[in-house]
Design a protein. Sequence first.
Length: 429
Amino acid sequence: MKKFDFKKYVEFKVYSVTTIKKGYGFRVLLKFADGSDTTQQHAGFCSKREANAQRDEIIGQLHAGTYIVYGKIKVADFMEFWLEEIMRPRIADNSYNGYKNVVYNYVNPQLGKMYMATLNQGYIRKLYNLIAEKYESIARLAKTVMNTALDYAKSKNVIAVNPAEGVPLPKKIKKKPYRELKIDVSKTLTLPQVFQLVEASKATPIHMQILFAVLMGLRRGEINGLKYSDVDYINRTLKIQRQLGKKPNSKAEDVPPKMLTKQEIKPKTPSSIREIPIPDYVFEAILEQRRIYEKNRRRRSKEFRDWDYICCSTYGNPRSKSYHQKYYKELLASLGLPDIHFHQLRNTYTTILLKHDFNIKGISHMLGHSKEIISADVYGDTAEIIEDCLYAIEPFMEEVLPESREEKYYDYSDLKEIEEAAEEYLAAA
């Protein structure tokens, strides 16, 4: 892989037109912040007038910052450098694999032999059309990759403009609303079903995972990354500030045994770092789990890994992302519940809040979304779905719901509204 040391010029000098190799041309001297410099030659003009016209254009580019400093870089070399050196250390492992697929299987075979400076919108459009013939989802990802990579190239004076900017995907690919969460309510649980699942999960090793997913709307990686130190025992709030997963570039030999996919990494987005209130039912479950944790630590003092994880083995080891799967599927089958994915418990939490007219901004905050990006395709009679079960689970709800507290731990404009609504219904769902 070729590596590049891109530098921004801080000064420049454009020499006068002169005779160069039986024609006319001029030279450009670029000085960089580290004190180094380079000279580039522009030649091959048939007349002095033509050379001066080009010289004037170059001077304008230098002043505007669009002058191409690195014009002899091929697309394949640049894309590999951008992916491996720039993006890989900054993105999650799953994202890297998706970008890698686009770069090595589509972009480089199609455009790799071209020079970056010769790319134009026609080539980008042809690339999108080629990919879209087979995979719409990969075409969407290719659009993201090309826009991001070529923006970086522009910032480093590899290209003058981003040729991917403004190039749409083929018309057959429908536009998706930006970061919208679409929820199919037919693939979520009703309140009575949530009640059944929570009660039955007490007899399994994944009771806490179920509670955090369906009563607080947490993601699997966030659940596995929770620690007792994240709990504010006075204000009864929980801070989500990490998840477990695989760090980019990490290898099995770099981490303890069986910990490659259980490394602490940043949450999905900056807005995923949040503090949310803990329902009383969940809070009591955390306290009970803490007692079990301390008991295991005393019993296995030598072997126990005191890493503070709430969801862990009897030896303190964090749970893998797929640990819950077997127990969860068995629970659904034994209760006769719909065979839905574990992540759809988070959707269940969201849907129930939506059906009860919870503030969208508040729900987005609780879920760790940056904007109000939630919508739901609700099938059937919403009122009937909710009202039929309220009487039956009302005692359970009273036990689960947090009591109203005058002092709030964090300042959030819509929190009061959320907590008041929760008084009517939330934590049992």
